[in-house]
Design a protein around this ligand. Structure first.
Ligand code: ATP
Length: 249
């Protein structure tokens, strides 16, 4: 059924380049497919290939400027997932290696908006990412942030149990505790007991108070009190508007 679907790519048209990353199940390479720069994620073992085909099935249905775009898959000594190439790598690395002149408050706000818009789109499709974290956000050549790694993504109605290897630090308390997920649990977090006990991180250095209030809102103990991604986007846009009008920085 894969070949009929149009998502099966021709391996003879792929030029494989350098290794650009290591995933849990294999290496990630850059490459070229029919003149387009691509990333190729290789999955060695057959059992996991099944799981990744599932990931790809989700991806085939998604198209948004802030989601890493799938081009297709190749079956050759395991599975190869071919996506658009995000030349500036993952967001964690980007934030850690660039100085404050690049990673200024305007850029940070821009990344936040990018991620929020991608998540708003998922939310509109009733999909829960379940592994939203900066390491799963990739940065394009023109510095657009896009959400990637849909391996844990579930349709809302099916989002239960199956949480053997959840990313504890980034998972909402009720999701860890009662295995309850919603589009609202796709936000940031700290370690289990402390978070349950009410601990929240302090404001980062130079963080505008309005933005910190927004972060605290996303960290509300009660899921209902957290803004949905569409609300969050409105609030972030308001912040971005304020800043672009003013000093610029
Ligand atoms: P994890 O489960 O730890 O998130 P993974 O097995 O899902 O890892 P990926 O996160 O997909 O693997 O890929 C590992 C690394 O490869 C990424 O952090 C990133 O640096 C690089 N990478 C993955 N996809 C791309 C892409 N499309 N463009 C550029 N680099 C990529």
């Amino acid at each position: 059924e894969l070949s009929k679907s149009g998502w099966l790519l021709d391996i003879t048209k792929l030029k494989l380049g350098e290794n650009i990353g290591e995933g849990e199940f294999g290496a990630v390479y850059e490459g070229e497919y029919l003149g387009q720069q691509v990333a190729v994620k290789t999955i060695k073992c057959d059992v996991t290939a099944q799981a990744f085909l599932q990931e790809t099935t989700v991806m085939t249905k998604l198209q948004h400027k802030n989601l890493v775009r799938l081009l297709g898959v190749m079956l050759h000594k395991g599975l190869h997932i071919v996506t658009e190439l995000m030349t500036k790598g993952n967001l964690v690395n980007f934030l850690r290696t660039r100085g404050r002149s690049v990673v200024n408050s305007a850029q940070l706000l821009h990344f936040a908006l990018d991620v929020c818009e991608g998540m708003e789109y998922l939310e509109s499709k009733k999909l829960i990412h379940r592994d939203l974290a900066a390491r799963n956000v990739l940065v394009s050549d023109d510095s657009v942030a896009k959400v990637s790694d849909f391996g844990l993504t579930k349709v809302v109605s099916k989002a239960k149990s199956d949480n053997a290897k959840l990313p504890v630090k980034w998972t909402a308390p009720e999701a860890l505790k009662k295995e309850k997920f919603s589009t609202k649990s796709d936000s940031l977090k700290e370690v289990k007991e402390m978070v349950e006990g009410g601990y929240r991180m302090e404001a980062p250095e130079d963080c505008p108070p309005a933005l910190y209030s927004l972060m605290r809102l996303c960290w509300e103990q009660e899921p209902r009190r957290r803004p949905a991604f569409n609300k969050l986007r409105e609030k972030l846009e308001r912040e971005a508007g304020k800043h672009s009008g003013g000093e610029g920085g």
